[in-house]
Design a protein around this ligand. Structure first.
Ligand code: DC
Length: 673
């Protein structure tokens, strides 16, 4: 997950590959609640691991359910309809799928068994309405108190209800603000249905109907067969009891699939395909209907029961006018696809956007305008006209996972002929943790950009100047990859020594370098599949590297390997010739120096901390010898690029150096806030 303030995406032109989707949020939290209310243990496979499921799991634990992770499975042992704990405070983050049904279930449980529970969330949760559900529960005689603003969380539910619950009359609930109120009642009424049929009547037109289908489907799997008259009247039959199915598999999230369907439609060009696994045409999730909308816009979509394959069909995409009431979440993705359409795309019947994680109508309109689109917005509709001129935008995400994921799709302006192509900044990319913690890693694993568009920061300088540490910190701060080119030469040196190659034989060295099987896996360095991290980091390897790296043919042989690190979103490369030879077009070049004395001291400290004995004088002599060799060799000698900014960090701590360089970097970025 990118826990950084912003992630800059270069202009992207194409995409391909396979993604396995994380589990559906809606199914995950319904299954968890039902498992928590049932008797016995339910084994849940492919549960979504995200903020919203984490708060639900924590709430179940607090309520006394058994909750255990075993490998990829979760084992949930439920309450069997009996409260195990009678008082607790539950924190439910910003998870509507936890707040609403837990409020209903606990209101009914305390009404019949006594107890007192407070349910609260983050401040945005306290702005999301729940009054219609509270009103419905009060009709039964449940005691629900508003602890803050009436009609909004936090809430207190308590009991027993004086005189018991009045279950004879149908309970009425409004369906036109959020379908989750109805879902909450459907999920929890079986708790009190032992004596009589319980009837729910929906007032107003029910929105987001497919989510209610998921609810009914899940209830059926847990042994509760709800009878219904369309979407107006639902009956939980007398004697309903939750019965755990034993095991449940959670489908991939169809709303999350929408970003990759869109990705394929926009960017899987020239025989490329985006394949989605874990959700397909037989999904029980309403957002699978997004596939039809994407097809209407021109996407080429094939699919099976639990997979989809998408490629670009019509281009530009076909502008669309669509009633999105049934797919409110995935419809956001259509709004961004509208950037690439041949006319205005108009989405209607989306008033529910205003009461989601943020006011999504206002948010979407404002961010799409930043990239250059013309956007009109009404109380329950949005119209997007593609940009005449694209602009580099800083896409604000409003702590809304879907705003962040949608933003990534606006980076394909080269495909829409943007001249010049522009990068996109996604603010607070970590907010995708709500439903898809690895979204950006997954997205970036599928996309391609022109190398020239992928930003590089080059950090060159002599041995032990702190390049590696600075580069690692910059890469971390920006979410970029890091290339430690020294490690490549070190590994070449180690390989040469192991193979018994004469270090004075340039041809043999070049041959070895050309066939080097070197891989970087996180911090680990693998040579011929073997972990050589420690050997490569040793002083001896540094000396070997300084010799093999002086051979021009070796440098030539390792050139392409280094260029391969230049991938979206960007690269921080450190070494001797990053700014001069390998990435002469690097957007920022830093030449890092420190006095030989300082560098020897730092290296000494490093070695001693690892328990490796060393003498400062020896280290300094070694460093000076290597400096001289690196500087005086004919091939790519160590020297600052003409356009490099020098940084002598002898007197600076690492934090200060990082700040300074990030400040230089900020001056080179074009984003409009
Ligand atoms: O930065 P380092 O100590 O890991 O580098 C090891 C040797 O590799 C160094 O003496 C010079 C060589 N090198 C190089 O020639 N070009 C680079 N881009 C990086 C390192």
């Amino acid at each position: 997950m990118y826990a950084i303030p912003f992630l800059d995406l270069p202009p992207l032109h194409s995409a391909q590959g396979t993604v396995r989707l994380p589990g559906s949020k809606s199914i995950s939290n319904r299954v968890l609640l039902l498992a928590g209310l049932s008797a016995g243990t339910t084994i849940v496979h492919d549960l979504l691991d995200s903020d919203d499921t984490r708060v639900m799991l924590q709430a179940l634990r607090t309520l006394g359910c058994g909750v255990e992770q075993r490998g990829a499975q979760w084992h949930v042992t439920g309450l069997g309809g009996r409260l195990a704990v009678h008082e607790a405070q539950l924190f439910l983050g910003n998870a509507g799928t936890a707040m609403r049904p837990l409020a209903a279930a606990l209101a009914l449980l305390t009404a019949t068994q006594g107890g007192c529970f407070d349910l609260a969330g983050v401040s945005r949760m306290h702005e999301r309405p729940i009054g219609d559900l509270v009103d419905a529960l009060r009709q039964y005689g449940a005691q629900v108190e508003d602890l803050g603003q009436p009609g909004y969380p936090p809430l207190r539910v308590s009991g027993p209800a004086p005189g018991g619950l009045a279950l004879e009359r149908p309970i009425r609930v409004r369906g036109d603000v959020s379908s989750q109120f109805l879902t909450a009642l459907l999920l929890s009424l079986p708790l009190v249905a032992s004596e009589r049929d319980l009837v729910i009547e929906v007032e107003g037109e029910l929105i987001s109907k497919p989510y209610v289908e998921i609810t009914l489907n899940m209830l059926a799997r847990f042994g509760v067969a709800v009878r219904r008259e369309g979407y107006a009247r639902f009956t939980v039959p007398r004697g309903s009891r939750y019965a755990s199915p034993g095991e449940v598999h959670v489908e991939g999230d169809a709303s999350s699939a929408s970003y990759f369907v869109a990705l394929g439609a926009i960017a899987a060009t020239d025989g490329r395909r985006v394949r989605i696994e874990g959700v397909g045409l037989e999904s029980i999730q309403g957002d699978i209907a997004f596939v039809d909308a994407a097809r209407a816009m021109g996407a080429q979509v094939e699919g099976g029961p639990n997979w989809l394959e998408i490629s670009r069909g019509v281009w530009p995409l076909r502008a669309l006018e669509l009633d999105c009431n049934a797919i409110p979440d995935a419809a956001m993705t259509l709004a961004v696809m509208g950037l690439y359409a041949n006319g205005p795309t108009r989405l209607t019947h989306i008033a529910s956007w205003r009461v989601k994680e943020t006011d999504r109508l206002a948010a979407m309109a404002s961010e799409l305008r930043k990239v250059g689109a013309e956007v009109d917005e009404g109380p329950d509709w949005l119209e997007v006209r593609p940009p005449a001129a694209w602009r580099a935008a800083s896409w604000h995400t409003y702590d809304d996972h879907r705003m962040a994921m949608c933003g990534s799709l606006a980076a394909f302006n080269p495909a829409a002929g943007a001249a010049p192509p522009v990068p996109m900044r996604i603010e607070d990319p970590g907010c995708v943790a709500k439903t898809f913690p690895d979204y950006f890693e997954t997205f970036l694993g599928l996309v391609q950009a022109d190398a020239a568009d992928v930003p590089v920061i080059a950090v060159d300088g002599p041995s032990a100047s702190g390049k590696g540490t600075l580069a690692a910190r910059l890469a971390q701060a920006l979410g970029y990859a890091q290339l430690d080119s020294g490690a490549i030469y070190r590994a070449a040196g180690v390989a040469a020594e192991r193979a018994g190659v004469d270090l004075d034989d340039p041809r043999a060295l070049a041959q070895l370098a050309a066939s080097l099987d070197l891989r970087f896996e996180g911090e680990r360095i693998l040579l011929d599949g073997q972990d050589v991290t420690d050997a490569v980091r040793s002083e001896a390897a540094g000396l070997l590297a300084s010799r093999v790296s002086a051979v021009p043919a070796v440098r030539q042989a390792l050139h392409a390997l280094q260029l391969g690190f230049r991938r979206p979103p960007g690269l921080v490369a450190d070494g001797r010739d990053m700014g001069t030879v390998v990435f002469p077009d690097a957007r920022l070049k830093v030449f890092l120096t420190a006095s030989a004395e300082q560098r020897a001291l730092r290296r000494h400290k490093q070695l001693i901390s690892k328990g490796i004995p060393a003498r400062i004088e020896d280290l300094r002599a070694d460093l000076e010898l290597r400096d001289a060799r690196d500087r005086n060799r004919s091939a790519a000698p160590l020297q600052p690029a003409q356009d490099a900014l020098s940084l002598d960090n002898s007197g600076l701590g690492i934090d200060e150096s990082v700040e300074l360089v990030l400040g230089w970097w900020a001056q080179r970025t074009p984003y409009r806030a």
